[in-house]
Design a protein. Structure first.
Ligand code: NDP
Length: 400
């Protein structure tokens, strides 16, 4: 069917690459291009004997638009799947525009110096992508990603209007370390140490970090403490889902994680303000990342399950209706299949599916779109087929 260039070769990319290689009918060729080429080569060596997908590798600095353009022009992919870091979103979008190549990512652009999760920078590309006749699919991970597809599916099949959405992200996994993050530590800590916020009646309401706590009993996991966080998909879902009055995002954290985080914050280790250290400028959070366990190393030692989904409340045929859509994923089963824990798995699988939607032409409109703006049905079908089956509950316990 076609060729995909994957940028980045970290935890999420590794899963997406495994999945592309299981799906050779669509992914006839992939190029893995990242900063450290040896990681790309190691993955190629492992996977090439197991797949018909032809794997190529390259070194690229994705902060450099000209380097990206040269690589895209040489390989001529149908789509570029950006699984590097949010800082690279705009340079990769620029390179896609210059070469008229479709673009997919899993996280919205963030400037290095402010931890602000907003779509405005990427939405500013709408007209240029439309004119170039290419698609940018934003946020094709789990959250954002599957949560948007779930919302579009609920809107299409279950509701006339959706008034309340609570996104619940539960990781019941245990890696045995007192403190480690399940994906890129820098991005993860920027996210959880930021102020919380949610949208009510069209307005953002801001909270202190971890100010709002609830307890929820998750199927497959059990009872967990969860905290309200700001999360990027709130911004696009509030615009794209009809009838929204309030939308919130909760994530579970264990006490050990929170105590460590508080201490690291108190001593200044989570700061993104550069400081001088022995004559060299360093960013404390980047230094912290260097001493924490590599998320990729958590796979073999993480046991337990994740449960991520959305509780919808709204109206159907004039009556009130509640509906919960979620996925349960087992860390050890993911590790057996692709050598990664469930956090990378639940992001890497939808990333592959997003690229597949564009390569197969199932999602085909020029411009810059969030995932809930496309027909959810083929994506929902693919989730069941490619390892993230979903479950539904018409009588869920609600979050107050
Ligand atoms: P990792 O840190 O494991 O991987 C990032 C990769 O990008 C590394 O291979 C890194 O190279 C490469 N990279 C970084 N900078 C550059 C650059 N300038 N040029 C080329 N390559 C570069 O991160 P994750 O895999 O955990 O996360 C990947 C993305 O997925 C992030 O944007 C994250 O926010 C997003 N994410 C989305 C989720 C969702 O549900 N939507 C959930 C989890 C993550 P090197 O190997 O040299 O370090």
């Amino acid at each position: 069917m076609g060729k995909c260039m994957i940028i980045g070769c970290g935890g999420v990319a590794s899963v997406a690459i495994h999945k592309c290689c299981q799906n050779s009918e669509v992914f006839e060729g992939i190029m893995i291009a990242s900063r450290t080429k040896s990681k790309c080569d190691a993955l190629k060596e492992k996977l090439q004997p197991t797949t018909k997908t032809v794997i190529e590798t390259a070194q690229v600095n994705a902060d450099n638009v000209d380097e990206l353009i040269a690589l895209i022009e040489a390989y001529k992919p149908d789509v570029v799947l950006n699984l590097a870091l949010p800082y690279q979103d705009l340079t990769i979008m620029d390179a896609c525009l210059a070469t008229k190549t479709h673009y997919v990512d899993t996280a919205n652009y963030e400037p290095l110096d402010t931890a602000k999760f907003e779509y405005k920078w990427q939405w500013a590309y709408r007209e240029r992508f439309e004119k170039a006749g290419i698609t940018a699919l934003l946020g094709s991970g789990f959250d954002p990603g599957v949560t948007g597809v779930f919302s579009a599916y609920a809107m299409k099949h279950e509701f006339d209007e959706i008034n309340y959405i609570d996104i619940l992200d539960c990781n019941g996994g245990d890696h045995g370390y007192p403190f480690a993050t399940n994906f890129n530590p820098e991005i993860n800590i920027r996210e959880v140490s930021a102020k919380g916020s949610y949208i009510e009646d069209g307005k953002w309401i801001e909270t202190e970090p971890m100010e709002i706590k609830r307890v929820y009993n998750f199927k497959g996991v059990g009872e967990k403490d969860m905290y309200l966080l700001h999360h990027e998909e709130l911004e696009s879902l509030a615009l794209n889902i009809k009838g929204i009055k309030r939308i919130r995002f909760f994530m579970t954290f264990g006490q050990s994680y929170l105590t460590h985080l508080k201490c690291l914050e108190n001593v200044g280790m989570t700061s993104i303000e550069p400081i001088m250290y022995e004559g060299k400028e360093i960013v404390p959070l980047q230094f912290l990342k260097a001493v924490l366990p590599d998320p990729a190393s958590l796979g073999p030692r993480t046991v337990g399950k994740t449960n991520i989904g959305c509780i919808f409340r709204g109206k159907k045929d004039g009556k009130d209706k509640n509906y919960y859509l979620y996925n349960i994923c087992d860390h050890q089963e993911c590790y057996k299949e692709v050598g990664s824990q469930a956090i990378s798995y639940t992001t890497g699988v939808p990333a592959m599916i997003g690229a597949m939607m564009i390569m197969t032409g199932k999602w085909n409109k020029a411009g810059v779109y969030n995932i809930e703006e496309f027909d959810p049905d083929p994506f929902m079908e693919a989730l069941n087929k490619w390892g993230l089956p979903w479950e539904e509950d018409y009588n869920p316990v609600l979050v107050d």
